[in-house]
Design a protein around this ligand. Structure first.
Ligand code: FBP
Ligand code: MG
Ligand code: MG
Length: 344
């Protein structure tokens, strides 16, 4: 049993006490998000016992096959967060258009974006999956918000977090004041603060990338990975370890726990499809970049800081490199060196 029994609810109320003029709306919104994640966690835990595994037989806006749990988790998130009057609208990886709060509910001043089930290709093989979310302030028309209202830089996020449905269920959040991790105590149904002030070591000898795409990568990414793979005998003079879970939530959580670099880089396959990356800026890259930076790490496309990108569309995709600062900076420097060479 963990000695520290601060619940997530207590933690949020304590944080609220330090914000002059706070109304409690934000705390209440986060409580609803936490409830949604508990519901999804329960379904993930029960798996086939609840009949929730397998394909839904539909495609999402990204052209990806939807799993039943993608669809159900999306619905859980909408229903749990629409009623309380804290939100002006929501946007999800699984829905083409913005979801307005139904007219019979009061409207609020926040916008919520989410990836209801991240890593869903792992669900049928019982490997960790998660939920990623981000909260923005509604600055424009909060009665009928449009996609435009969501197109705010990552630096504007009020809060970002993820739930990890792994051997234990965890919730990791930042409100711009460090990163804290909570573990779900299934016996009492509460998240307990177990990982206060999570920080990412600056240096690492572990990287995560889908190496099956190697032949499509740009030269700087290929160079970085080849140098890592060359190990002690190569230019890095050290042996590196490689991981690929194919659930970004699980990869980011490993990095928050013991450091490392994660990348889903731009490649020739994406170029051929007219895409700028694989991962979604609003639902995956921005929330994770906020968390990683708050934990002392860095997050870049290779050419720009992720949090500085001005989004151009709701479902925009970007290349992602995140994790231990020194490694992210090294890979970004390789991009700069390559681009200078191209320009010369
Ligand atoms: O199957 P690939 O190409 O290795 O891609 C895996 C990546 O795609 C994602 O699964 C995308 O998330 P979704 O399951 O929400 O679509 C990331 O979590 C992961 O890093
Ligand atoms: Mg995802
Ligand atoms: Mg998803």
């Amino acid at each position: 049993m963990h000695d520290n029994r601060t619940t997530l609810t207590q933690f949020l109320i304590e944080e609220q006490r330090h914000i002059a003029g706070a109304t409690g709306d934000f705390t209440s919104l986060l409580n609803d998000i936490v409830t949604a994640c508990k519901v999804i966690s329960s379904m993930v835990n029960h798996g086939e016992l609840m009949g929730v595994l397998g394909q839904a037989g539909s495609e999402n806006v990204q052209g990806e096959d939807q799993k039943k749990l993608d669809v159900i988790s999306n619905e859980v998130f909408l229903k749990t967060n629409e009623w309380a009057g804290h939100l002006a609208a929501m946007a999800s990886e699984e829905m083409e258009a913005v979801y307005p709060i139904p007219s019979h509910y009061p409207k609020g001043k926040y916008l919520l974006t989410f990836d209801p089930l991240d890593g869903s290709s792992n669900i049928d093989v019982n490997v960790s999956v998660g939920t990623i979310f981000s909260i923005l302030r509604c600055k424009g028309n909060c009665v009928n918000p449009t996609a435009e209202d969501f197109l705010q830089r990552g630096t504007e996020q009020v809060c970002a977090g993820y739930a990890l449905y792994g051997p234990s269920t965890m919730m990791v959040i930042t409100t711009g004041n460090g990163v804290n991790g909570f573990t779900l105590d299934q016996n009492i149904g509460e998240f307990i603060l177990t990982h206060p002030r999570m920080t990412i070591p600056a240096a690492t000898r572990e990287f995560a990338v889908n190496a099956s795409n190697m032949r499509f990568w740009e030269p700087p990414v290929r160079r970085y990975v080849e140098e890592c793979l060359a190990g002690r005998e190569g230019p890095r003079g050290e042996d590196f370890n490689m991981r690929w879970i194919a659930s970004m939530v699980a990869e980011v959580h490993r990095i928050l726990t013991r450091g490392g670099l994660f990348t889903y880089p731009y490649d020739a396959k994406m170029q051929a499809r007219g895409l700028e990356g694989k991962l979604r800026l609003m639902y995956e890259a921005n929330p994770m970049a906020f968390i990683v930076e708050q934990a002392g790490g860095a997050a870049s496309t290779g050419r720009h800081r992720i949090l500085d990108i001005q989004p151009s569309s709701l479902h925009q995709r970007v290349p992602v490199i995140l994790g231990s600062k020194e490694e992210v900076e090294r890979l970004a420097a390789y991009h700069a060196e390559h681009d200078r060479g191209q320009a010369a």
